[in-house]
Design a binder for this molecule. Structure first.
Ligand SMILES: *[C@@H]1O[C@H](CO)[C@@H](O)[C@H](O)[C@H]1NC(C)=O
Ligand SMILES: *[C@@H]1O[C@H](CO)[C@@H](O)[C@H](O)[C@H]1NC(C)=O
Ligand SMILES: *[C@@H]1O[C@H](CO)[C@@H](O)[C@H](O)[C@H]1NC(C)=O
Length: 202
């Protein structure tokens, strides 16, 4: 456990397990900062993830993304900097920020990725936080995520025959195509050596 996590555990109950810093890419359902958050991608500070390393400057509220030419982050290519929570451009739907610990959001599931299958008690290297309990139509599919105490449940829906003239659906139970469930808090090991796990805040 990192020093920050121990510190937070001493100060707060219940103890925050994930105390490291994360860079967050926040995707909104419409124009930034005045519409609900759809999902957040979080990356552990200082790790080589993809071909990038994320650095948080909490003094100046700046996130720096250092891009490299290689997946080991050896040959530096360029830096990009982003002010936290910049809402100045209403045409974009994302903001950047940093947080101490993984961001949490009620009514969401989290898909955590750990660096190694051997240890899933560490800080995840990345996380996806996605809102649940709403019908999503992304232009190709209509689906709904929800959770019970043991599973994240995905349901996909076909065109709704009862909605006249409107080809979109409202996740009507009559047009349910399929469901799939993912066990919560159960790490699964992947062939590339990383482990992933679902959690849910519902
Ligand atoms: C890194 O840069 C060096 C020098 O330019 C080059 O020889 C090497 O092939 C590069 N390595 C990768 C992984 O890009
Ligand atoms: C790129 O960003 C890293 C992390 O903030 C920093 O250490 C480095 O000095 C930066 N490099 C340049 C050339 O700005
Ligand atoms: C949660 O949902 C899954 C998938 O539908 C189901 O198999 C399981 O029994 C449910 N668990 C509870 C506690 O209701």
């Amino acid at each position: 456990m990192k020093l920050e996590s121990i510190f937070i555990c001493l100060l707060l109950a219940p103890c925050l397990v994930f105390g490291a810093n994360y860079a967050n890419v926040v995707l909104y359902s419409g124009a930034v900062c005045n519409s609900p958050v759809k999902s957040t991608l979080s990356y552990l500070e200082g790790e080589c993830i993809g071909t990038s390393i994320y650095s948080c400057n909490f003094q100046n509220n700046i996130l720096t993304i250092s891009d490299y030419e290689d997946i080991d982050c050896k040959n530096w290519s360029f830096n990009s900097t982003f002010s936290f929570n910049n809402c100045q451009n209403p045409n974009i739907q994302t903001t950047m920020s940093c947080s101490q610990g993984l961001p949490s959001m009620s009514n969401s599931y989290q898909y955590l990725t750990f660096e190694s299958c051997e240890n899933t008690e560490t800080d995840p290297i990345s996380a996806q936080t996605v809102s649940i309990n709403q019908c999503i139509n992304n232009g190709m599919n209509t689906y709904y995520y929800t959770c019970n105490s043991t599973s994240l449940i995905y349901s996909s829906y076909g065109p709704d025959s009862s909605s006249q003239g409107d080809s979109s659906t409202d996740c009507n139970p009559n047009s349910l195509l399929s469901t799939y469930s993912f066990p919560l808090k159960t790490p699964s090991c992947h062939s590339n050596g990383v482990a992933t796990m679902y959690t849910c805040d519902y």
